[in-house]
Ligand binder design. Structure first.
Ligand code: ASP
Length: 343
């Protein structure tokens, strides 16, 4: 049977054109994108398109937009074998991380892609990214089951698990990296799938569920030498806050100044969720390695393991939306839910 793919266009550089008046990049009509890539019509699968309105620069993508996207995928889930989401690169890793949690029991590919240069430009990377994303989203095994039934990001020859990616370069075509997890596929003459790394459903046939409640009462505290007590106190004391992500040094270390540890232990007593992730783009938090990390562990800070900031934030939004009790959230944070951490 013919396979079918839905391309969802949300905005981003891939579909932008230079405004002749102020020379900034602005989104243009989606119909034009397909006319720039007539090759799409040569696929042996059916390719339909859906365009968001309004189209956005991904810097404007908010959790409400993630919910709209998840709802659209749920609505069209039975009608397509896979989805390609065209999205701006700036926050693609945030949206892909969020969708990886929000789409529960996912059995079909959701491939995010975009480009560094608009699709109408001669040297664009958009064509190759779009064509390969469609091919990956439609790839199936002999039983007709998708080869990559996950939320992924395809960019410049590499397919990564979405919740492992970060935007790494504002200049290079290889704009995304996944430092703590290998590529799920690499494209060259052939598309080579890294089957052992792809996550497959334990059992097929469970209906897709989407999580539409996200709790965003989270603050991020990036630790730096010279941090001021009043700044940390104000941030951690923010009214209504449920969680703080501590972006720490190296393998999860923070200063041991008394005022800092006092603020953290007070926050723990108040029941705040505190999650430790590293500022390094590769490697894992280990709160047992140094005295500076052990102090945080003693104060109830939970490890974010080797999570990206994007995945940590999305996981917190998702879990806090699901559980009213912070102990439940902390328990779930320690689990590998969607391949976002290496445990
Ligand atoms: N500002 C654009 C966006 O994220 C950049 C891009 O698409 O590459 O929407």
């Amino acid at each position: 049977m013919e396979r079918s793919i839905l391309i969802i266009y949300t905005g981003g550089t891939i579909g932008m054109k230079q405004d002749p008046v102020d020379f900034t990049l602005k989104p243009f009509n989606f119909g034009q994108i397909l006319s720039e890539v007539p090759e799409i019509r040569k696929f042996v699968c059916r390719v339909d398109t859906y365009s968001f309105s309004p189209l956005i620069d991904s810097s404007d993508a908010q959790p409400e937009f993630w919910i709209d996207l998840a709802r659209l995928i749920k609505k069209e889930y039975a009608n397509y074998d896979g989805f390609v989401v065209l999205h701006g690169t700036d926050t693609m890793s945030f949206t892909a991380s969020a969708l990886s949690f929000m789409l529960e029991n996912l059995e079909k590919p959701v491939v995010f892609t975009g480009s560094q240069l608009p699709i109408g430009m001669l040297r664009t990377d958009g064509k190759e990214n779009l064509i390969s994303a469609v091919e990956i989203a439609s790839a199936a095994d002999e039983q007709g089951r998708p080869i990559v039934p996950e939320v992924t990001v395809f960019f410049d020859s590499h397919l990564y698990r979405g919740n492992r990616t970060i935007k790494y370069s504002a200049e290079n075509f290889w704009a995304f990296r996944s430092e703590n997890a290998p590529a799920l596929a690499d494209t060259g003459i052939h598309i080579k799938y890294n089957i052992d790394e792809i996550r497959y459903p334990k059992q097929y046939g469970t209906p897709l569920k989407i999580s539409e409640t996200l709790d965003t009462d989270v603050a991020i505290l990036k630790i730096f030498p010279g941090m001021r007590e009043n700044m940390v106190r104000a941030l951690v004391g923010t009214k209504g806050l449920r969680a703080v992500i501590l972006e720490t040094f190296g393998s999860g270390n923070a200063p041991t100044q008394k005022w800092f540890l006092d603020i953290i232990s007070e926050a723990d007593r108040r029941g705040l969720i505190m999650m430790n992730i590293t500022q390094c783009i590769a490697g894992c938090v280990d709160m047992e390695a140094y005295a500076t990390g052990i102090e945080l562990k003693k104060m109830g800070v939970v490890s974010g393991y080797d999570s990206t900031l994007e995945a940590a934030l999305a996981k917190l939004f998702y879990l806090m939306g699901k559980y009213a009790n912070n102990d439940d959230v902390k328990r779930e944070l320690n689990k590998n839910l969607r391949g976002e951490i290496s445990i």
